[in-house]
Design a protein. Structure first.
Length: 258
């Protein structure tokens, strides 16, 4: 009788576990798009497994109004759903969070994609190293991945991608990217996307690249700098020129009348 009772209790617990809402983030893809200045556009996609018994709850939360990222962390009971680049103060802006629909269904559950989309300042430190040439050093202190005794680490189920502007040249990078592989000449010529996805330790992460500004861009930047720094003076000069032109035309018309 005791064994029968234990078996019945085990079956009841199993049935209860099958009906209990279950979510699991199985993969994270973080892409940092460097904009040719010190800011970056960050796109993060979280692959979420949703059990069969959780379908209705997921769709209900997805259709709810004003559910924030912190609310979804509570719903999914996870701290893995977070911005993996964190800036100081108010350096994150234009933040968007989108829980996607269940698009893949299996025997045990379905798959959805949760997307974070935001911009962040001070991702790189820029310095002028030569005429029209600038070096950008990635600020790895912004990383917000898994912490260990040896520092932050990129979890095995996470991929980090860094995209640099076209024409930029890599100065130094560590650890060596998992993709792409370095070419026969020992460089990453004509490469703009670099990826890490093998549980890399990030405590010594280094990523520096350089860009060369065209002469046209330098002239435009110089003129824009003059405009932004001397806007009131330029307006005053413009008003004086217009006033002189009006006075000249007025005197010319008077002479013609005489």
């Amino acid at each position: 009788m005791r064994y029968l009772m234990l078996a019945a209790a085990a079956l009841a617990l199993l049935a209860l576990s099958n009906t209990y809402a279950y979510y699991n983030i199985t993969y994270v893809n973080t892409t940092v798009i460097l904009n040719g200045n010190t800011s970056a556009h960050v796109v993060e996609q979280f692959t979420l497994f949703v059990s069969n018994s959780s379908y209705s709850q997921y769709e209900s939360n997805r259709n709810a109004v004003n559910l924030s990222l912190s609310h979804w962390q509570q719903v999914l009971y996870t701290t893995q759903l977070q911005e993996n680049l964190i800036g100081r103060g108010h350096s994150i802006y234009n933040f968007e969070f989108l829980p996607g629909p269940l698009v893949v269904q299996t025997q045990n559950g379905g798959i959805a994609t949760l997307s974070l989309n935001y911009y962040i300042n001070n991702v790189t430190n820029m310095s002028n190293i030569a005429p029209r040439k600038f070096e950008y050093v990635f600020n790895s202190s912004l990383f917000n991945f898994q912490s260990t005794a040896n520092g932050q680490i990129l979890p095995v189920d996470t991929r980090l991608n860094i995209v640099i502007p076209n024409g930029a040249q890599i100065v130094s990078v560590y650890p060596i990217p998992d993709s792409p592989h370095i070419n026969a000449r020992g460089s990453y010529a004509n490469t703009t996307t670099f990826s890490w996805y093998s549980g890399e330790l990030l405590s010594s992460f280094t990523f520096d690249y350089a860009t060369t500004q065209s002469l046209q861009a330098e002239v435009l930047a110089y003129l824009q700098g003059i405009y932004s720094n001397y806007t009131p003076e330029l307006y005053a000069i413009l008003i004086i020129i217009i006033a002189l032109a009006i006075a000249y035309l007025y005197r010319a018309s008077k002479r013609q009348e005489q």
